[in-house]
Ligand binder design. Structure first.
Ligand code: ADP
Ligand code: MG
Length: 611
């Protein structure tokens, strides 16, 4: 039998390679725009027809290429960006694999016009399915223009696989968003079927986000920033209340390259933890800067999956930075209270004597050193979290090795609440039909849902009890026996230790029954039998998931079971206590299962009703 292995013709090899890099029009745009950025283009114009099926053209004012380079650029593995294997670990450019242009030219009709500043005349080359059709000198402006026509004309399967125009267009837009966010200093213009879609003028990161996602997003963003030896983090996260049910505004960039990173995504989600309504995802725009030697960009042809050497440490830093930013945000009340200014601003006269304000900072303060922390000035812990430059990140990281490291954060929140003492500003509180608490606020009328608010208060309390942060006193009772069915009994027994840790004293009594000897003293008028039954009923509504979040789960059940029901009339003092406790919560806007606790009817709405 003759030998059967042959080298593939270049055009076929290129076509195969194209399958990996170029899946659709959006991938062509990504590659061409990245090339334009690598060439130092400051204005990039993208022209498309029929969502890229008929035409994709990218014009830049970057360095341009010599005639020889322009021809060479279409060879496979031809790149000016790396020379040796070592260079792979110092990549600063968007491209480096040298396969984009070769791939595109294998599956379309491509024309390039390019001129360098030092050349008088430019070069124009046309290729079709890898074959050079023409090459000649042309007069053209400095920079490069590449047009790609009839994409996949020779790969019918691929062409058929393209989805509707609007779908492909959406993907193109989202691809452009990614580069546009990475390089706000670059101007981008997009034209589709002869109409201008947008023009993004050079600006900073935040302005670019607003250019792309609209003015409203501006008030929804919280700054995040950290500077450690391992990673620099910059960017914005969305306020919890603006989180959406669908994905779309989650962006990670590393060294200005957009990346997907499910593991880091979890670091963010974990930081929001209890602040979000169920199933919603916050927006975030986060730029990481790391030493290029510590990441591997080359694990996937489209370079959106990136391997980090110090993944776990960066996870911790991201998580802590996000928590810190959210902590600061929670401090600023989202409600403007309708009262006189809390602070008197003295009127100055010429004779007024000034005293410079002084701030007491303890530079040795280590928030993770719990013992030390207790004895030191509380202000120091606030300042620690205000400091954006955590050059001593190792302390931050090592602190997270034990659970107690979470403590300083809780402290900070509490401290702020004590300091600002917002709730006592609310004086006019009335209860409506045993269901709502109403109070005038500056922007209108604030309505608090009594039951949901109580669930939130109890949830945070139970969680702290279960986490061992606060201790609970137990009320001993005349023992009560509760008969259960086998399922409920099994469930209760599974969680009995944790439940008892929260102030109950429940024991197995044989034959699917239990005996309740004690209840948390914190629950007023508790009827233990009813409480346990309600908790078990709640469990049927929200069965335990294997998420390992036992404490959160139980706190959720317990708060539902023990929150005051609608219809209960509260005394004036109780209402005040209630509101005070609500505003002392880490998140007073949502009940633990994501329902709104507070709503404000604006003056405009009220006035409309009165018309
Ligand atoms: P890579 O970007 O991985 O190097 P490409 O196939 O995308 O590979 O491009 C090959 C080479 O062509 C680049 O390394 C660069 O030198 C040159 N090139 C491509 N596009 C441009 C452009 N718009 N302006 C200047 N040079 C370019
Ligand atoms: Mg490239």
């Amino acid at each position: 039998m003759p030998d059967i292995i042959k080298l593939l013709p270049e055009s076929v090899a290129n076509q195969i390679a194209a399958g990996e890099v170029i899946q659709r029009p959006a991938s062509v745009i990504k590659e061409l725009v990245e090339n334009a950025i690598d060439a130092g283009g400051k204005t990039i114009k993208i022209i498309i027809k029929d969502s890229g099926r008929t035409l994709i053209q990218v014009i830049d004012n970057g360095t341009g290429m010599s005639g020889t380079d322009a021809r060479m650029a279409f060879e496979r593995h031809a790149t000016s960006k790396i020379r040796k294997a070592d260079d792979l670990f110092a990549i600063r450019s968007m491209g480096f694999r040298g396969e984009a242009l070769a791939s595109i030219a294998a599956i379309a009709e491509v024309t390039i016009q390019t001129r360098r500043i030092e050349d008088e005349i430019g070069e124009e080359i046309t290729l079709r399915a890898t074959e050079v059709i023409s090459q000649e000198n042309v007069a053209c402006v400095q920079g490069t223009s590449i047009s790609v026509k009839n994409l996949f004309f020779n790969v019918p399967a691929r062409r058929k696989f393209l989805k509707s125009e609007s779908y492909e267009f959406r993907l193109i837009i989202s691809e452009i968003h990614r580069v546009a966010l990475s390089f706000p200093e670059v101007e981008f213009k997009l034209q589709h079927n002869g109409t201008e879609v947008f023009q993004l003028t050079p600006c900073n990161h935040k302005q670019r986000i607003v250019q792309l996602f609209g003015k409203n997003i501006n008030q929804q963003l919280i700054d995040i920033k950290t500077n450690t030896t391992l990673v620099k983090i910059n960017g914005f996260i969305g306020k919890p209340g603006n989180a959406k049910k669908n994905q779309g505004e989650q962006f990670f960039f590393v060294n200005n390259r957009f990346m997907r990173h499910p593991y880091f995504h979890k670091a963010i989600m974990n930081a929001y933890n209890r602040l979000l309504p169920a199933d919603s995802i916050p927006s975030y725009f986060i730029w990481l800067e790391v030493d290029p030697g510590n990441i591997d960009v080359n694990i996937h042809p489209t370079k959106t999956e990136i391997k980090f050497e110090d993944e776990q440490a960066i996870w911790q830093i991201l998580n802590a930075t996000t928590k810190e930013a959210l902590g600061k945000f929670n401090v600023a009340p989202s409600i403007d209270f309708n009262t006189e200014p809390a602070i008197e601003i003295p009127v100055l006269t010429k004779d007024t004597q000034f005293r410079m304000p002084s701030v007491n900072i303890n530079p040795d303060f280590n928030p993770f050193d719990i013992e030390d922390e207790k004895s030191k000035n509380k202000q120091a812990s606030v300042d620690y979290f205000k400091r954006s430059n955590l050059s001593n990140w190792e302390a931050l990281y090592s602190g997270f090795e034990n659970e107690n490291a979470i403590q300083p954060e809780i402290k900070t929140e509490k401290l702020f609440n004590e300091n600002t003492d917002q709730p006592s500003l609310l004086i006019n509180l009335i209860q409506l039909k045993g269901k709502y608490i109403l109070s005038p606020v500056r922007s209108g009328l604030m309505i608090i849902d009594q039951k949901r608010a109580h669930e939130r208060i109890l949830y945070e309390k139970y969680l702290k009890i279960l986490e061992g942060t606060i201790h609970v006193t137990q009320q001993t009772l005349f023992p009560q026996v509760i008969e259960l069915n086998a399922t409920d009994h099994t469930f209760l027994m599974e969680y009995i230790d944790v439940i008892n840790q929260s102030g109950f004293d429940i024991r197995d009594f044989g034959n699917n029954s239990v005996v309740v000897n004690g209840c948390p003293a914190e629950i007023p008028d508790a009827n233990p039998k009813e409480l346990v039954e309600r908790m078990l009923e709640e469990m049927h509504h929200q069965p335990p998931q294997q998420t390992g979040k036992t404490k959160e789960y139980l706190a959720g059940l317990l708060c539902k079971a023990s929150a005051i029901p609608y219809g209960k009339t509260l005394t004036i003092d109780e209402i005040h206590d209630f509101v005070d406790n609500l505003f002392a919560c880490g998140n007073h806007n949502f009940s633990p299962d994501g329902k709104s606790v507070i709503s404000i009817i604006s003056m405009e709405e009220l006035e409309k009703k009165m018309k």
